[in-house]
Ligand binder design. Structure first.
Ligand SMILES: Cc1ncc(COP(=O)(O)O)c(C=O)c1O
Length: 513
């Protein structure tokens, strides 16, 4: 199957313009009716109720007709790539397909039109769904108490770290260090630091799991806890997690579990059986809402009973047949998100879990793991280097290193990724985790069929071959995408966050090229 992405140009060669560029002042797709005479008689005209000098003469908003709006967004969609376009093996992000039924539930008018300020009596259905979601998460993880409020995995980590800190304060303990393995997700380090902890890093051993000797050395009377990502960012299950929990607990420290990779283990093992004190789950990845594109997420946090009273307020409680938001959480770390978090994502998770049921949850984890192992085996047979965990099965993802390819051909992981784009496949995550050189992190998820797995593997084999025979072809990709090579660091250095700023700075654009 060939691939060529739609590419829409504006007059001067720019890609699809913004509404500011094509809109016309005064134009609009919606006409608002003039106020009726009776209304003006009753309350007065605009000029009578607002002082004249405050009334604006014009409002320079660009207007478009309805067809123009529909076409604008349709063209943008054609220049985009999503889980509905094709394989999306973005490691660590679990870009599984979102079933249309899940979207329909989240888009139901009774959910979509519910105002966040609606009184509890009018939001009983939604509160019930959220309460049920918490209960389902408890069954899956074994952790009895949940908040669904954090807006992302990283915010869940911050919540968990703050809860540990407050608990230790209440116990009169002065522990200010958080131990984090180098194979943990990058956000763990930032969250621990934001919660006021000094981060102590632990390297992996040669099989990709935590180096137990280094861990024992890192732990002291100052250790508040450890944040473990399991399966870790190499896609390997930390099988000594029980021993780790015992070491920490014997030391008076807590075990924080980054459960963002739950997709690999859900329904098969419980976090409570691994000695976990507090954990977050990436609701958006695991339960089918896509993670990419900066879209809204949800980082549910679950805890043991010891830490229950530290959860953010409000919590959802059930009294008889009624549901309400309770602020009666004695040692709460406070509120962490407006209203009740990103409810749309939570509703999708509820629908997804109801749709799958117990067997489906287990099956989806099993297929995700089998798909990853199949692809890893096939790629190893094609000569791709799997630097960690070769001798054991991986979980839902794995990493390969293109260091040898770079040395021998000059083709980097970045170039390899661009070549995948040219062949109609979304590239894997690159250069993460940092313990692997020229890293590609591959997560096929459970969404792809055997045919698609084989196609992806064959495409990677072909790119590798081309890189050795005609490296310049790979170095010049992508050619078939709407957007070709971009300046990867420009957007980090130059923050044009609004149209107004862009307009002002546009003249300086050349300076940064
Ligand atoms: C293992 C792990 N932990 C934490 C996070 C952070 O989650 P978020 O991006 O929702 O903040 C991710 C993101 O995918 C992850 O893969």
């Amino acid at each position: 199957m060939g691939f060529s992405q739609a590419r829409w140009f504006f007059e001067d060669g720019l890609l699809e313009p913004t509404p500011f560029e094509i809109g016309r002042i005064g134009e609009g797709g919606v006409r608002v009716a003039e106020p009726e005479e009776e209304l003006i008689e009753a309350v007065g005209s605009l000029e009578e109720v607002i002082p004249k000098e405050l009334i604006r003469k014009e409002l320079k908003l660009p207007g478009l007709s309805e067809p123009e709006v529909a076409r604008h967004f349709n063209r943008l969609a054609q220049m985009n790539y999503g889980v509905d376009s094709g394989s999306y093996w973005l490691g660590s992000c679990t870009m599984k397909y979102t079933p249309k039924l899940v979207m329909r539930v989240a888009d139901h008018p009774s959910i979509r039109n519910l105002h966040p300020y609606a009184p509890e009596e009018l939001a009983q259905g939604l509160l019930r769904m959220l309460h049920e979601l918490q209960e389902m998460l408890s069954v899956i993880t074994g952790l009895p108490n949940y908040t669904l409020q954090p807006a992302a995995g990283a915010q869940g980590e911050l919540v968990g770290a703050l809860m540990i800190r407050k608990r230790l304060g209440d116990l009169g303990e002065r522990r200010d260090e958080m131990v984090i393995p180098e194979t943990a997700h990058g956000s763990n380090f930032a969250s621990a630091a934001m919660a006021g902890f000094k981060v102590i890093r632990v390297p992996p051993s040669s099989d990709g799991t935590i180096d137990m000797n280094a861990l024992k050395e890192a732990i002291s009377e100052r250790t508040a806890g450890m944040m473990i990502t399991n399966p870790n960012t190499l896609g390997i299950f930390e099988d000594r997690v029980l021993e780790i929990a015992e070491i920490l607990h014997a030391n008076g420290s807590y075990l924080y579990y980054d459960g963002a990779n739950l997709n690999a283990i859900m329904g098969w093992v419980r976090l409570s059986d691994m000695g976990v004190d507090v954990a977050h789950l990436n609701i958006h990845k695991t339960f089918s809402a896509p993670h990419g594109g900066g879209g809204p997420g949800a980082g549910a946090v679950g805890t043991t009973d010891e830490l229950r009273d530290y959860l953010p307020v409000p919590v959802i409680v059930k009294e008889g047949n009624k549901y309400r938001l309770s602020y009666d959480v004695p040692r709460s770390i406070g509120k962490v998100r407006t209203f009740y978090g990103n409810v749309g994502v939570l509703v999708k998770a509820w629908a997804y879990l109801k749709m799958l049921g117990s067997d489906g949850v287990r099956e989806s984890a099993a297929i995700a793991v089998m798909n990853a192992n199949y692809v890893r085996k096939k790629l190893m047979e094609c000569g791709f280097d799997v630097p960690y965990g070769r001798g054991r099965p991986c979980k839902h993802e794995f990493v390969i290193s293109l260091a040898k390819l770079r040395k021998e051909t000059g083709v980097r992981a970045l170039d390899f990724a661009k070549a995948l784009i040219d062949r109609g496949l979304h590239p894997p995550t690159m250069y993460f985790p940092q313990v692997v050189q020229e890293c590609l992190m591959i997560e096929p998820t459970e969404s792809d069929s055997l045919r698609e797995l084989d196609k992806y593997v064959e495409t990677m084999r072909e790119i590798m071959k081309t890189a050795y025979e005609r490296p310049e072809e790979i170095l010049n990709s992508p050619k078939n995408a709407a957007v070709t090579r971009v300046d990867d660091s420009l957007a980090n250095k130059v923050l044009w966050l609004s149209w107004k700023v862009y307009e002002k700075q546009k003249s300086q654009e050349e300076l940064y090229r």
